[in-house]
Design a protein around this ligand. Structure first.
Ligand SMILES: C[S@@+](CC[C@H](N)C(=O)[O-])C[C@H]1O[C@@H](n2cnc3c(N)ncnc32)[C@H](O)[C@@H]1O
Length: 303
């Protein structure tokens, strides 16, 4: 069973991701796929949910990571874009449903067309169930971010994961502000990792340690820095500074990188030689004596 989920996740990552419009980095898709499979290995159930699906780019990864009969919930304001306070993305139910039928045809999805602000922590379980992975990517204001984190905290399964989008995106600093106020006021969710555009949290220190340990062994070449201080705890940072991005091997840069660097050094040396020769000519006595003629020649019409 788990092998089928693995295959579905791989197919969506390799073929689907590039064809579905939206905002979701392949490296984060890789880490989330690994976490979804790890949860199945732990025996965790409850399905998945996302606030803010747009055309389904990240939601479809979640949907492909489900075990049989697990539920999936997608909430978006869709055509009620007047409720999209900060114009983050633009949900389109028609495109979302087309993408669902192409990339996750066997998954029964509960589609909720409303603003997350209409859901309260008390009604979160009624709307979302108790998902084991809950993605937040709806409104990007501080108020909505904090509200959505509170919904996720109230809704997730025991040991579930919350994945928050755009926490370090300089264009959407409301998300950082909302996250900061949430984390300073509520110790309810514990952050454990960051990957391109995503922050990962869970509901206990023990679960955070377990997921962090899993990711370190599942994606060592994506791990850029361990144990970075963050709101009273530490997170591992994936993507930025990762060995996978480093062109240097154990014995220095790869041959093609060495050749390119040597060619660049040669070109710089040659350019410096030419500049030096030109400066010498310009400083010479004959250059100065012929200067008036060059000035006149410059004004003459060209034949
Ligand atoms: C950045 S996009 C989501 C991107 C998507 N997760 C992806 O993978 O490409 C934000 C989405 O949130 C929706 N949205 C904005 N404010 C919302 C709110 N208050 N409640 C629910 N959805 C909201 C928008 O309609 C839009 O589809």
């Amino acid at each position: 069973m788990s092998k089928t989920v693995t295959e579905r996740l791989e197919r969506y990552r390799s073929d689907g991701l590039a064809q579905v419009e939206g905002w979701f980095e392949p490296e984060s898709a890789e880490l989330m796929a690994s976490l979804l499979l790890h949860q199945i290995g732990l025996g965790l159930g409850g399905g998945v949910a996302e606030i803010g699906v747009h055309h389904g780019r990240s939601f479809l990864l979640l949907a492909n990571g489900l075990a049989p009969r697990e539920p999936a919930v997608a909430l978006d304001v869709f055509e009620h874009q007047e409720q999209n306070a900060d114009h983050s993305g633009k949900g389109d139910r028609g495109r979302f449903e087309e993408n669902l039928s192409r990339w996750a045809p066997c998954v029964a999805v509960k589609i909720v067309a409303r603003s997350s602000l209409e859901v309260t922590p008390a009604s979160a379980r009624e709307v979302f169930g108790r998902p084991r992975m809950f993605s937040i990517d709806g409104g990007h204001t501080a108020e909505i971010t904090r509200h959505d984190l509170e919904l996720a905290q109230a809704g997730i399964a025991d040991g579930g994961i919350v994945v928050l989008d755009d926490m370090l995106n300089g264009h959407w600093l409301g998300v950082l502000t909302g996250t900061a106020t949430y984390l300073l006021d509520h110790p309810g969710l514990v952050p454990f990792a960051i990957s391109p555009n995503k922050l990962y949290l869970t509901d206990s220190v023990a679960a955070a340690t377990g997921y962090a340990t899993h990711l370190r062994s599942a994606a060592p070449d994506l791990l850029g820095k361990r144990d970075v201080e963050f709101f009273g705890t530490t997170v591992d940072v994936y993507g930025q500074g990762a060995p996978r991005h480093n062109v240097s091997g154990p014995s220095g840069p790869a041959p093609e990188v060495r050749r390119a660097r040597a060619a660049a050094r040669r070109a710089r040396r040659e350019a410096a030689d030419v500049a030096q020769q030109l400066a010498a000519v310009q400083a010479s006595r004959s250059w100065r004596l012929t200067a008036p003629w060059r000035k006149v020649a410059g004004r003459l019409p060209r034949s």
